[in-house]
Design a binder for this molecule. Structure first.
Ligand code: NAP
Length: 298
């Protein structure tokens, strides 16, 4: 007979790993599934300065610290790209691309992925001058010129990071003001090699010899550069869900206990519709979802 878990946690970002710490310490029999690297989106953050206890830390270091903590606790961690969560009698069956896990409860902590511009050749030039992670690829642009698209916290944080490596950084933003913390806006304003464009949209991605070479803006002007980093927000990873309530744009809706529209499925982290997307909020939600799952299991 197939093993029946108490819980399956889907996603090992900061929310999922926090849930795992709480479940393990309560002796719950569960497995943590992840399709990428532990830490998720925080691995793309070059500099975190608003997570208490760390004056300044890069995303991969914070992610690795949490991963080491779950490893030391002996959390059952496995690669798994979840394609479906379905009902089977009184249980849930979590189906990955390779196997199935039968469980009493599920915590969804799948987070978000970067939004794409949707322009022709964006996908083709990924890795050939286009990237969604300045922290991962920034060193390739030492003393070169790069363009960042977006006006949120991510765009500004990563513009600041890459401004210390690149020659010039052009930030192209479609609105008249940034949607970012004032602290970051002030820092960006002080950087001499950051050139700001407001009220401008990228309408074309230019290429030369199969590499990114620049962008055309909606006023027909062109910015030539060696690299393009796209930071225009994120979309929730909920493609595998079809039986719980979400917003129109795919975010999971929960009650204040983080219970979804299905009594046996809880959710936490950036996959939720919420007011504040921060490491601190995701960690709190991971703890809360796990505590409530522990209560219903016991
Ligand atoms: P975001 O806050 O949603 O900002 C996305 C930016 O991209 C906006 O400026 C938006 O412009 C622009 N945009 C959206 N679609 C576009 C398109 N098709 N073409 C051009 N521009 C487009 O996304 P984010 O910066 O990734 O941040 C996500 C969340 O994480 C936010 O809640 C953020 O505060 C949080 N976060 C926090 C920190 C921190 O606290 N240090 C760091 C990173 C992220 P408009 O303004 O015109 O809509």
């Amino acid at each position: 007979m197939k093993k029946i878990y108490d819980c399956v946690v889907i996603g090992a970002g900061v929310a999922g790993m926090t849930a795992a710490i709480y479940l393990k310490r309560a002796n719950i029999d569960f497995i943590l599934l992840e399709k990428g690297v532990p830490g998720g989106q925080i691995n793309k953050s070059s500099n975190i300065e608003n997570y208490p206890g760390f004056k300044k830390v890069d995303g991969p270091t914070l992610a690795f610290n949490i991963y080491e903590q779950i490893e030391k606790l002996g959390v059952d961690y496995k690669y798994g790209d979840v394609k479906e969560v379905r009902d089977s009698e009184n249980y849930k069956v979590v189906c990955t691309d390779k196997e199935e896990f039968v469980t009493k409860t599920v915590i969804i902590a799948t987070g978000r992925r970067p939004r794409e511009l949707g322009l022709a050749n964006e996908k083709k030039l990924l890795g050939s001058g286009i990237s969604y992670c300045a922290y991962c690829d920034g060193m390739l642009y030492k003393n070169k010129d790069v363009i960042i698209i977006g006006g949120g916290n991510s765009a500004l944080e990563e513009a600041l990071y890459i401004a210390d490596i690149a020659n010039k950084v052009y930030i192209v933003h479609r609105s008249s003001e940034y949607r970012a913390d004032q602290f970051l806006i002030d820092k960006v304003n002080k950087k001499e090699n950051i050139i700001k464009y407001f009220n401008k949209e990228v309408i074309d991605i230019l290429e030369q010899d199969d590499r990114f070479s620049g962008v055309k803006l909606n006023d027909e002007s062109v910015i030539n550069a060696d690299g393009l980093f796209i930071y225009i927000g994120q979309i929730p990873e909920t493609n595998f869900i079809d039986n719980i309530k979400t917003t129109e744009d795919g975010y999971i809706i929960t009650d204040s206990h983080l219970k979804t529209s299905d009594d046996k499925i809880y959710a936490c982290g950036d996959v939720l519709k919420k007011d504040l997307y921060q490491i601190a909020t995701s960690i709190g939600e991971g703890a809360l979802a796990a505590s409530n799952i522990i209560k219903i299991l016991k």
